[in-house]
Each structure stands twice: as C-alpha cells, then as structure tokens.
Design a binder for this molecule. Structure first.
Ligand SMILES: Cc1cc2nc3c(=O)[nH]c(=O)nc-3n(C[C@H](O)[C@H](O)[C@H](O)COP(=O)(O)OP(=O)(O)OC[C@H]3O[C@@H](n4cnc5c(N)ncnc54)[C@H](O)[C@@H]3O)c2cc1C
Ligand SMILES: NC(=O)c1ccc[n+]([C@@H]2O[C@H](COP(=O)([O-])OP(=O)(O)OC[C@H]3O[C@@H](n4cnc5c(N)ncnc54)[C@H](OP(=O)(O)O)[C@@H]3O)[C@@H](O)[C@H]2O)c1
Length: 528
C-alpha cells in the first residue's frame, strides 16, 4: 500500500499496522516515487535507524528508512525496553503489596498474580507506540520509508554510478539508489546451548511477548545480567517462584561496568529477601520435559549436580549482532562476537557503509543506538563527528530503579589513596537500622519496612574534591543521572562544593545534594 500522498491519522496507522502484521504487503511512504538518489538508505528503522534518518533529514539530507516490520521504532517498543518497563513497574507495585502485606490497606497476601494478563496488556497496547512513530516520522520528521519489507544491498556492480550513488538497496520489489548505506538491523537473543533447549516452555524477552499462552508457576532463569534480574524480579513479584542460575556472580558479568560492590550487595540481598533463589557459579547442563519443560539440571559452584522443577525456563544469556547478512552483502569486517567493526564516526571497513546500534556490539542501549544513528548522519552530511560511548550512565530494574554513573568505590580506591565516601545508610550500619534513605517512592518502606528503603553512595576524590561516581537504588533518580553524567564528564568535572550549591527539590535523589552540602564546608573531606 502506498500512503505517500495521504495524511494518515494515528488511528488509521494502528489499523494499518495490525493488518500488515498478518501479511507481507509493503507500506510505501516515498517522495518523487522513490526515484533519484538518497543521501543514505538506513536498513533497519529501530532506534538507531530512525534517529539517524531523522537527524540526516534535519541537516537537509534525503534519507530513506527500510524495515521488515510494518512500523518504525524497532525492538525497543515491540519486544524489549517497553515491555520490560511495564513488567518492572508491575514488579515494583506487586512487591510493595507483598512487603507491606497486612499493614495499612495492603492485603495481597500470597496470592498469585497472572503474568499472562500483564503480557496481554502489553500485547494489546503496543501498537499505539508503533502508530505514533509511523505518524511522527512521516508527518513531523518528513522522512521517507518503506515498511513491512526486508531490505538487501545489491552487489556493487548493480549501481548505475550516476548522481553520486554508490549502492543499490532492494526492498518491496524496488531498487533504491544511495550515496551511503547505514546498517542498523540490531541483534538477536543467543540460544541456550544444552540438551532440551528446544522444548516447549522455554522463552526469551521476545518470545515471551509473542508466544506465552499459559500461566507460569515455577520459573528458572539462565543468565546473570540485566535481563535475568529484571524478568526474574517480575516473575517472583507475580508469585511465580523464581530461580536464577548464573555462571558469574549476579550482576558481576563483564558486560556491566562500574557496578559498585555495596550497590550490588544491596540489590542481590534484596532479591533474596523477596524470595528469588539465586545460584551463582552454576552452569546449565540439561532441560528435561515432555509437552513442556519440567526440570532444569545444572552443575553448582562446587561441581555438584542440581535439579530444579519448573514449568517455565527463561533465557537471559544476552544477544548477538545480526551481522551475517551485511557480511554477505558487502563483506564488512566483523569482530569476535559478530559485531560489525566501526570507527568513532560509525564508518565500517567498506566505503560509504556505516553501521549503528546493537549491530556494532555492546553496550546495547538506547542512548548508544540513537546517538550512533545521529553520528552516521552528521558524517554523511559532511561533518567529521565522533561518538565515544565508552562511558555512560547505566541502570536496570529489580523492584527498584538501580542507577549509577562514574567509578565504583573500588575503582576509585585503585586510582587514589584519598577517597571519601558519602553513603546512606552510612558505612557500618545494617540495612534497616535507620529508615534512610527516606526518599521518593520509598516513604512507605522507610516507615514500615526500613530495610527496603534503598541505598545511595557518592564517591569523591578527597584532594581535587571532584565527584568520581554516583550509585543509587530507589526510585525517581534516573532523570537526575542523565544530567549527573553530563556534569561529571565535563573537562572541569563536578566538585562536592558545586553539588552543595545546587538547589534541591526535597525529597528525592537530591539527597546527594544535601549530603554533599553537609560535607562541603570542610577543608579536609571525610566520609559521611
Ligand atoms: C529485554 C530488553 C530490554 C531492554 N531495555 C532497555 C532499556 O530499558 N533501556 C535501554 O537503553 N536499552 C534497553 N534495551 C536495549 C535496546 O532495546 C536496544 O539497544 C535498541 O533497541 C537497539 O536499537 P537498534 O536500532 O540497534 O536495533 P532494533 O531496535 O532491534 O532495530 C533493528 C531493526 O532492523 C529491522 N530489520 C532486521 N533485519 C532487517 C532487514 N533485512 N531489512 C530491513 N529491516 C530489518 C528490524 O525489524 C528492526 O526494526 C533492552 C534490550 C532488551 C533485550
Ligand atoms: N535496563 C537496560 O538498560 C537494559 C535492560 C535489559 C537489557 N538491556 C541490554 O540488552 C542486552 C541483553 O541483556 P542481557 O542481560 O540478556 O545480556 P548481557 O548483559 O550480555 O549478559 C548476559 C548474561 O548471560 C550470561 N551468559 C552468556 N552466555 C551464557 C551461557 N552460554 N550460559 C550461561 N550464561 C550465559 C552471562 O554470564 P557471564 O558473565 O558468565 O558471561 C551474563 O550474565 C544487553 O546489552 C543489555 O545492556 C538493557
């Protein structure tokens, strides 16, 4: 279907997307009937491709986005971040109900809550985000696109060579000429590698939202990073007893950097207090079952054999870049984990071919995907612009938002012998000994179950008075961390004295502001 000359409302987009999910009819939104040469064809309209195309258009260029799905936005709103946030918000509410059970109006008790119902809520609602992105990209961002059509780059000889075109991209039975190609086709879940890995009842983040059709009652998760912790927290909070089998210590995987040991301890102990069984140092050996999974066999930290009954296995073992097709099409160089190799300008080993987002490997995060797209756009439009994503603020959910930026205490101490730590609860106090931090979203915990009222730490260099890291377990701090990241990474950094000058909006993570102010008056800084 061709919507190029139509004004399409959000409601109409929702119906179009629902219909196109069931067939393979392409959706065309083209100017000049797709003739002429595009400055760039973005293959993949996820976070990386859509933001890159929008930026290139804003700079005055002509982009085309092609996606195999009938909507723009990619995996984040369809299967990954957005459902994860819905599940994590549900987990936080459910845990509050359970942890405060019998107090005030709380009365959920041990009752199991339907995971399938929450998944259904997502399934029914997700088209709204898709419709909005199709609408916005056409009506407001004026970007051309072809949807519901896989793309492929044709061999170099197939390009006419006129008008600066170097590549031809085929989709929906048509050929599009491009000066540049931007590869942004994302990553996919790694499969489990053990006998029984093809049994029914084994899910990952994508198949959970596409295929779950029964109510899980006993879950085993394989993996020990963000996905394992976030989905495990949700399943447990819903009343589905959950075991996490993790090879490395939970949240100590190499793919996460700067995780502070105290923050990690608070998170892991908190998950255990909420009933999640965590087996560190364990390896999956086999999954057994018939019509559905029935038990997982694993080796334990001392090589012992472990067996877990279950009716649901969840794979949280990470993702691999979708680089096979681009390698076939263009011969782009890839790294040891299949990631397409790029420089800081997102240029691949092939001239006029860029790669952006998850396809270039970790960190697989939205900020990186979108800014990679923007970086490619700026370079294509003639600016020598570099993007270094080696440092960034990070987060995951348990029942809380867990946020951090900069160095952990251990990393800071390895660099300097004058490190000052400002922490709540203060060092040496047990969780729950005082009802602090008493903050946004943890007020009821602070008064009724103080051990669940969160944790925060600020790491300061005593000599320069510069803050090296912030670490937070609680609610509502994510926004602040985006700006703290910016301030910390300015060439002049951010000092404890500047923190003490800021205006807090009491109550919240601006506890960092008030705690820093309590120490900023001292010439010789000491812990708090
Ligand atoms: C469970 C989970 C939760 C997450 N939560 C967060 C979070 O809270 N915050 C965060 O920052 N990050 C999160 N992430 C990471 C985030 O989702 C990714 O980093 C981001 O979506 C990557 O964007 P992308 O554009 O590189 O890839 P994608 O969004 O996957 O886009 C790739 C696009 O390419 C298309 N495509 C594939 N093959 C072809 C083809 N041959 N032709 C045309 N199109 C094709 C696909 O249809 C897709 O639309 C999460 C990831 C997971 C797995
Ligand atoms: N909040 C967010 O921003 C958010 C949320 C979810 C996902 N994401 C992103 O999405 C991507 C996927 O997340 P993820 O948590 O699945 O992956 P991840 O961070 O790459 O971690 C993979 C985990 O699986 C384990 N693992 C890998 N292979 C294994 C195997 N064969 N057997 C057993 N365990 C294995 C790893 O253990 P080892 O340490 O032992 O290797 C690690 O614990 C990540 O890039 C992540 O950043 C972001």
């Amino acid at each position: 279907m061709d919507v190029s000359r139509n004004s399409v409302s959000m409601e109409q987009w929702s119906s179009i997307i629902d219909e196109r999910m069931l067939d393979d009819e392409p959706v065309l939104n083209l100017q000049r009937d797709g003739e002429g040469t595009y400055d760039a064809v973005f293959i993949g309209g996820g976070a990386a491709g859509r933001f890159g195309a929008a930026y290139l258009r804003a700079l005055g260029g002509r982009p085309l986005v092609i996606d195999r799905w009938p909507f723009l936005g990619g995996s984040c709103p369809h299967q990954a971040c957005v459902p994860h946030h819905l599940f994590s918000e549900s987990a936080a509410l459910l845990d509050r109900e359970r942890l405060l059970d019998g107090k005030l109006w709380f009365g959920l008790g041990e009752r199991k809550v339907s995971i399938l119902d929450v998944v259904e809520v997502f399934r029914h609602g997700r088209v709204a985000a898709h419709a909005f992105m199709n609408w916005q990209t056409k009506a407001q961002l004026e970007v051309e696109y072809v949807l519901n059509a896989p793309a492929r780059v044709l061999p170099p000889g197939s390009t006419p060579g006129s008008d600066g075109a170097r590549h031809t991209v085929e989709a929906a039975g048509r050929a599009f000429s491009a000066k540049n190609v931007v590869l942004g086709i994302g990553a996919r879940q790694n499969p489990l590698d053990a006998p029984g890995a093809d049994l029914p009842g084994i899910f990952d983040f994508a198949t959970l939202v596409e295929e779950l059709d029964y109510e899980p009652r006993r879950a085993v998760i394989i993996g020990g990073s963000k996905v394992a912790v976030e989905y495990g927290s949700f399943f447990q909070a819903a009343g589905c007893a959950t075991t996490i089998l993790t090879r490395s210590p939970l949240l100590a995987t190499q793919s996460l950097h700067h995780v502070d040991a105290d923050l990690r301890r608070y998170v892991v102990e908190g998950m255990r207090k909420r009933g999640v069984e965590i087996v560190e140092g364990s390896s999956l050996l086999e999954i057994k079952g018939g019509d559905r999974v029935e038990r997982v066999i694993a080796s334990g930290p001392d090589g012992e054999m472990l067996e877990f009954e279950c009716d649901f296995v969840f794979n949280g073992t990470g993702e691999s870049p979708n680089s096979e097709l681009p390698r076939q099409w263009l011969g782009v160089d890839t790294g040891p984990r299949g990631e397409i190799l790029v420089d800081k300008r997102m240029r691949t080993s092939v001239e006029c071919v860029y790669a952006v987002g998850d396809i270039i490997g970790p960190p697989m995060e939205m900020f990186k995907a979108r800014k990679c797209g923007m970086t490619a756009a700026r370079n294509i439009m003639g600016e020598a612009f570099e993007f270094d994503f080696s440092e960034y603020p990070d987060f995951f959910h348990t029942t809380y938002d867990v946020t951090w930026v900069g160095l952990s205490e251990e990393e800071a101490r390895a660099q300097s012998n004058d490190i000052v730590v400002i922490q709540m609860p203060p060092k040496g106090m047990a969780d729950g000994e005082i009802p602090l931090p008493c903050s946004e979203g943890t007020m009821l915990y602070a008064f009724l179950r103080p051990e669940f009222s969160g944790f925060q730490k600020c790491v300061v260099d005593g000599r320069s008075r510069r803050i090296l890291g912030f670490h937070h377990v609680g609610y509502g701090a994510k926004d602040a961390f985006q700006y703290l990241d910016y301030l910390l990474r300015r060439p002049e950094g951010l000092t404890i004295d500047e923190m003490g000058q800021m205006n807090e909006l009491f109550l919240n993570p601006e506890h960092f502001i008030q705690l820093c102010r309590l120490r900023a008056g001292r010439r010789e800084l000491v812990d708090l």
